[in-house]
Design a protein around this ligand. Structure first.
Ligand code: MN
Length: 237
C-alpha cells in the first residue's frame, strides 16, 4: 500500500540546482558557504584583519543563486553594490572533521561565482558588531555558473581568476594566491559543520572589488571553468 503524497500548507520551496557541464544531470544546492577573507591583497584593500587569521565562514541562502546570463535588478537598501569574483567548490560527498589529505575526495567540481555585496550595509553591520546578512545574504546575491566536474577539469589549485565590468578588467588574481587553498577550506569548514553533497563554498575574492550600477555587465572568468556574465538592471521596485 502506498502512502498518500503529503499535503503542504503553502507551496513547497523550489529545488535550486546548477547545470553540470557536459551532463544532463543538475547539481542540487543545499547550502552556500562563503569564506570571509582569503587573498592578502583584498584584506589590505579592505583594511581589515590579520593576514594569518584562520578563515571564517558565513552563509547565503540557496535561493540567492542566479544563473549566468541573467539580468538582475539593482537591489534595494544600498548605494554601494559591489562585485567579488570567487572560485566555487561544489561538494559531492558529505563528512565532518575531514582531514586535508582526504578533502579533495569530497569535491565534486568547481564553478565561477560572484559574491554580490551591499558594501555599505556590510561595513555598517561590521562596525556595530552585528551579523552580515543585510550586506551579504540578500535576494539574488549569489550568481553562479555551471558546475564543472573535477574528474574532467582537474582540481582548481592555480590559474587566473578575473572580473571585468563592461569589458574593462577590475579584478585579477591567481587561485594559487588563496591564503587557504581548496583542501584546507573543506577541512576547516567541516570542523564546525557537517558538510553534505550539494553544499557549495565560495572561496573568497582577489583585490579589485568595486561598485556596479544599472546597465553594467559583469564578466567573470577562471582558467578551465569558462566565463559567466551578469547584467545589472534598473532598481528593484
Ligand atoms: Mn566574498
Amino acid at each position: 500500500m502506498t502512502s498518500p503524497a503529503p499535503a503542504y500548507a503553502v507551496p513547497q520551496p523550489e529545488v535550486i540546482a546548477l547545470p553540470v557541464t557536459g551532463s544532463a544531470s543538475l547539481f542540487p544546492v543545499r547550502r552556500i558557504y562563503c569564506v570571509g577573507r582569503n587573498y592578502v591583497e583584498h584584506i589590505r584593500e579592505m583594511k581589515e584583519g590579520d593576514e594569518r587569521d584562520p578563515p571564517f565562514f558565513f552563509q547565503k541562502p540557496r535561493d540567492a543563486i542566479v544563473m549566468s546570463g541573467a539580468t538582475i535588478p539593482y537591489p534595494v537598501g544600498t548605494a554601494d553594490f559591489q562585485h567579488e569574483i570567487e572560485l566555487v567548490i561544489a561538494i559531492g560527498k558529505g563528512g565532518r572533521a575531514i582531514r586535508g589529505a582526504h578533502a579533495l575526495d569530497h569535491v565534486y567540481g568547481y564553478a565561477i561565482g560572484i559574491d554580490l555585496t551591499r558594501r555599505d550595509r556590510q561595513v555598517d553591520m561590521r562596525k556595530r558588531m552585528l551579523p552580515w546578512e543585510a550586506g551579504k545574504a540578500f535576494d539574488r546575491s549569489a550568481p553562479c555558473g555551471p558546475v564543472h566536474l573535477a574528474a574532467l577539469v582537474g582540481h582548481r589549485l592555480d590559474g587566473a581568476i578575473t572580473l571585468s565590468v563592461n569589458g574593462r578588467e577590475r579584478q585579477r588574481g591567481d587561485l594559487s594566491q588563496m591564503i587557504w587553498n581548496v583542501p584546507e577550506i573543506v577541512a576547516k569548514l567541516s570542523e564546525d559543520y557537517t558538510i553534505e553533497a550539494g553544499d557549495i563554498i565560495m572561496t573568497g575574492t582577489p583585490a579589485g572589488v568595486g561598485p556596479v550600477v544599472p546597465g553594467d555587465e559583469m564578466t567573470g572568468a577562471i582558467d578551465g571553468l569558462g566565463k559567466i556574465s551578469i547584467v545589472i538592471g534598473k532598481g528593484e521596485a
